[in-house]
Design a protein around this ligand. Structure first.
Ligand SMILES: NC(=O)c1ccc[n+]([C@@H]2O[C@H](COP(=O)([O-])OP(=O)(O)OC[C@H]3O[C@@H](n4cnc5c(N)ncnc54)[C@H](O)[C@@H]3O)[C@@H](O)[C@H]2O)c1
Length: 270
């Protein structure tokens, strides 16, 4: 059968693939015939993702690193390159609000901002540098994909640091696309709204999730595979002339005036 995606036999590295959307996209890469290195700070969930990858008949590699630490991440990327060969796709899925309950800016400590910057922007910076340098050394074309959020396009009451840094991820995507274009490396971004991931379930009640689903034009929140599918599309040869773009995988909500993730006056997330 024709490999329309052009991914079969190539190597991917997905950072933050132990669970949630990252695990889903790593498994979708495997289903597309890619060998996949899974990087996560959690060894046991990374190993579980690799078991699912190997069940697709391709190679999987579990690597433990904190993506905020460039040296640790660089070691993991180097190990992936040595074990699998040249990397053609790199994804940063790491991102979250930080370990903070949401709150208005007037109540923030600086650490809320610092953890949001570290978890969302710093990790994209580190993944870009460590993976793109290997692609350039190997002389191969490649694709990088980041994960932003609807929060980066709209006001984010009670989650100002998260909204601001996800807007930064969208902007960083455009700059990296221009800087890496001469090396034939495309850089794109996926912008989800609510994803049915462990992170969401830990922080929101079922009632709050149902309310968000009702405000999304497609009538539901995203599955991890919905986000993985958008990432796969951007990583594939079908998107060979697409770079610097953020694709909103949000059920259409960015086309409306709804702000489902955090409406002002709504109960704060825990
Ligand atoms: N869940 C949502 O509703 C939602 C909505 C919009 C955007 N997003 C974005 O989508 C992406 C995925 O979200 P998710 O809900 O699947 O996340 P998740 O928390 O379920 O999974 C993230 C994975 O990254 C790993 N990780 C976290 N910090 C790390 C670090 N410093 N180094 C290495 N690994 C680390 C975790 O162990 C985990 O396996 C994130 O960038 C998030 O900001 C999520």
């Amino acid at each position: 059968m024709t490999d329309l995606l052009g991914l079969s036999g190539r190597n991917a590295i997905v950072v933050g693939a132990g669970r949630g959307a990252g695990r889903a996209m790593a498994i979708l890469f495997a289903k597309a015939g890619m060998h996949v290195a899974v990087v996560d700070q959690d060894r046991s969930t990374a190993a579980e993702t690799v078991r699912a990858i190997e069940a697709e008949g391709v190679r999987g590699l579990a690597l433990v690193a904190n993506a905020i630490d460039e040296n640790e991440l660089d070691r993991a990327v180097g190990d992936a390159r040595s074990a699998l060969g040249p990397l053609r796709v790199g994804v940063n899925n790491v991102g979250n609000f930080g370990a903070h309950a949401s709150s208005p800016v007037l109540e923030h400590g600086w650490d809320f901002w610092q953890t949001a910057i570290d978890q969302n922007l710093h990790t994209c910076f580190n993944v870009s540098r460590t993976v793109a340098r290997r692609m350039i050394d190997d002389g191969v074309p490649g694709a990088l994909v980041f994960i932003a959020s609807l929060a980066g396009l709209r006001g984010s009451p009670n989650l100002a640091p998260y909204g601001a840094v996800k807007a930064g991820v969208i902007q960083f995507t455009m700059t990296m696309a221009l800087e890496l274009a001469p090396h034939r490396i495309r850089v794109n971004c996926v912008g989800p709204t609510a994803i049915d991931s462990p992170m969401l379930r830990e922080r929101l009640t079922d009632e709050s999730i149902a309310k968000r689903a009702a405000s999304i034009p497609l009538g539901r929140i995203a599955s991890p595979e919905d986000i993985g599918g958008a990432v796969l599309m951007l990583a594939s040869d079908l998107a060979g002339f697409v770079t610097g773009q953020t694709v909103m995988a949000d059920g259409g909500v960015s086309c409306t005036s709804q702000r489902p993730s955090m409406n002002p006056g709504e109960a704060r997330v825990r």
